[in-house]
Write a protein that binds this ligand. Structure first.
Ligand SMILES: N[C@@H](CCC(=O)N[C@@H](CS)C(=O)NCC(=O)O)C(=O)O
Length: 204
């Protein structure tokens, strides 16, 4: 009997969910999907909270396994096979380093900008925007310096780290991210976001 397809609870408005879609595409994994209606609050229903008590997307269900946290889901999917995106070598630790960096530094500043620009009823707090924009620039400079000597985030091949870190840069225009002069990021992101999988990271 064939295994049932894995099911992703998702919403394409979510950058964290798009990371998972992009990685699944790169791996050639077909996922059954259920769009969680975030506007209607479906993420806070008892049925959904039983799967993901954080009330967030994405969530992956694979038989008895329920996974949440987009970066963990990406590792889980890639771990199903043999792939350079998530090699079975010490390079994994470097990939994880950048995935943790993304969720701790880059995404934190992005979430603030997201909240101020999209969910402040058109009345963003300029001081908060300024501070988060400055923080974003500080973190982006770290990545830019690293990319001066690396084609991709963890060396000369595309890995999960590119998907994890890359999704932020799709918001360069709507969030007015300060990327001037960060030529290495611009080179890397322009090439990556033009690929079929990279393009899935872009907000629709
Ligand atoms: N660290 C989590 C963050 C998930 C997250 O923040 N999801 C947002 C969309 S990007 C969400 O579901 N928000 C709905 C809500 O908070 O009500 C991950 O990477 O999966």
């Amino acid at each position: 009997m064939e295994d049932a397809p894995m099911k992703l609870y998702t919403n394409l408005f979510s950058p964290n969910a798009r990371k998972v879609h992009a990685v699944a595409h790169a791996l050639g994994i077909e996922l059954e999907t259920h769009t969680v209606d975030l506007r209607a609050g479906e993420q806070r229903t008892p049925e959904y909270l039983a799967l993901n008590p954080n009330g967030k997307v994405p969530t992956l269900v694979d038989g008895d396994t329920v996974m949440w946290e987009s970066n963990a889901i990406m590792c889980y999917l890639a771990g199903k096979g043999d792939t350079e995106l998530w090699p079975k070598s010490a390079k994994r630790y470097d990939i994880l380093r950048w995935m943790f960096w993304e969720s701790n530094h880059l995404t934190n500043t992005l979430n603030v900008l997201f909240g101020q620009k999209f969910f402040s009823g058109g009345n963003p707090d300029q001081k908060v925007v300024e501070r988060a924009t400055k923080d974003f620039r500080k973190h982006a400079k770290v990545l830019d310096a690293h990319l001066a000597n690396n084609t991709y985030v963890t060396g000369d091949t595309l890995t999960l780290a590119d998907f994890s870190v890359g999704v932020a840069f799709g918001y360069a225009v709507p969030l007015e991210l300060p990327l001037e002069g960060l030529d290495n990021i611009n080179r890397w992101w322009t090439a990556f976001s033009a690929t079929d999988s990279g393009a899935i990271l872009l907000p629709g």
